[in-house]
Design a protein around this ligand. Structure first.
Ligand code: AMP
Length: 397
């Protein structure tokens, strides 16, 4: 993998694709600039070398084709300028043709941010003509947008064709790719995947792809109950995808064939309604009485999962163990975070990814104690499903 570290970009105009899709409040203030901070090492390296930057980013999902105030990167441009302590040339124009003039006049160390690249419908189609126009703006291409690596868009994938010898991963992308490869190719054994969240349907492909790779799959969260139902166990009013019960049966057979242990919770915290102030209690076994729903894993399950986690050398966590957004049902999820952190301290490699798991590990206070937290929810999930990510392939090919 060619790293930007091996190259000096002095005097080059670098087209840099980043993921600056940050959350804004009603006053158009950035409420969390994590994504911007994560690409700072790449930006700083390129600027320290003496490159001029042409930054490409998207914001939200504009639909109309053309400028829409609501999706403008203007607040991001202002914040970027503050972060860098220098002015950023923000191209309000939507047409790439107009921008070419600005680009031609950029000097070493200058930073230009293009307006939301998705104002062009060509972008999400991966249009080659559009990619070529973009490519003409610079001399090298660096992709640091792991969050969009699963999209075959003009600025995330197609554009790389125009830089056969000058295309690179930024530091963030490079680290994501290295960590994911470490996880899927030659992981240290035992390898345990902990998969939770609300639905089996959204995790089926991951479970199928992981089955031959991992030793243990721990299931938690709402998807537990579709599996228990498949086993003929009473699940009360717990969340269940009736139409996925057969699929759950097949998955269980799949695991058996692959000698992968599928481990389900053996007890639960149950509630009489989906609410933090519901009447709750812990079951003594796997079954759930009528009128109650499973909301979190129980103490015996936590203990069982803990032992497996502490015995593992590679751990992947995706999806909470319960409705952790409600304090009454957060214990299982936070306990898992704690034991993953402990196992990591004892030498395991741990990876956490997927929107809710990242929120959960952050809330648990153990985020700093795991080996790797993925910044790309959808991209990481597709990688774990065994798909080739166009943003990665475009650079490697
Ligand atoms: P996902 O996006 O599929 O990873 O699901 C995450 C969501 O699953 C979170 O919002 C959790 O509140 C929810 N969840 C976890 N456990 C349960 C459960 N036992 N019943 C209903 N929802 C759950």
């Amino acid at each position: 993998m060619k790293s930007i570290n091996d190259v000096n970009f002095k005097g080059k105009k670098v087209l840099l694709r980043v993921d600056f899709n940050v959350p804004l409040n009603d006053r158009k203030e950035i409420t969390d600039d994590t994504r911007m901070r994560e690409s700072m090492p790449t930006i700083k390296k390129l600027l320290d070398d003496g490159a001029a930057l042409i930054i490409m980013a998207h914001f939200g999902r504009p639909k109309k084709g053309g400028f829409e105030e609501e999706f403008s990167l203007n607040p991001v441009a202002k914040h970027l300028s503050e972060m860098l302590g220098k002015s950023v040339l923000f191209t309000q124009e939507v047409l790439v043709d107009t921008v070419a003039g600005f680009s031609a006049n950029l000097e070493d160390g200058d930073v230009m941010l293009l307006e939301n690249i998705r104002f062009y419908p060509e972008e999400t189609k991966g249009d080659i003509g559009f990619a070529e126009k973009l490519a003409k703006l610079g001399d090298a291409y660096v992709n640091d947008a792991f969050g969009t690596a699963h999209r075959e868009h003009s600025s995330t994938a197609t554009i790389a064709r125009f830089f056969p010898n000058d295309k690179y991963f930024g530091f963030l992308m490079e680290s994501e790719v290295k960590n994911l490869e470490k996880l899927i190719h030659n992981p240290k054994k035992p390898f345990t995947a902990i998969v939770g969240g609300s639905k089996v349907s959204s995790k089926i492909d991951i479970l199928k792809n992981l089955a031959p790779i991992v030793d243990n799959i721990i299931i938690g969260g709402g998807m537990t109950y579709t599996f228990l139902k498949a086993m003929g166990i009473n699940i009360g009013t717990s969340i269940c995808e009736e139409d996925k019960v057969e699929m759950a049966k097949e998955l269980m057979k799949d695991m058996e064939k692959n000698n992968t242990k599928l481990i389900l919770p053996i007890d639960h915290i149950i509630a009489d309604k989906f609410s933090n102030d519901a009447n709750t209690r812990m079951t003594s076994d796997q079954s759930i009485p009528d009128g109650f729903m499973g909301m979190d894993i129980g103490d015996k399950s936590i203990e069982m999962f803990k032992n497996i986690i502490l015995d593992s050398k590679t751990i992947l966590w995706n999806g909470p163990m319960g409705v952790f957004e409600m304090s009454s049902f957060a214990k299982g999820t936070f306990a898992i975070a704690e034991y993953i952190a402990k196992s990591t301290k004892e030498g395991a490699f741990s990876a956490v990814g997927g929107g809710d798991s990242v929120a959960a590990i952050n809330q648990s206070g153990f985020a700093k104690d795991v080996s790797y937290i993925s910044t790309g929810g959808g991209a990481m999930l597709e990688y774990l499903e065994g798909k080739v990510l166009p943003g990665i392939k475009a650079i490697i090919d």
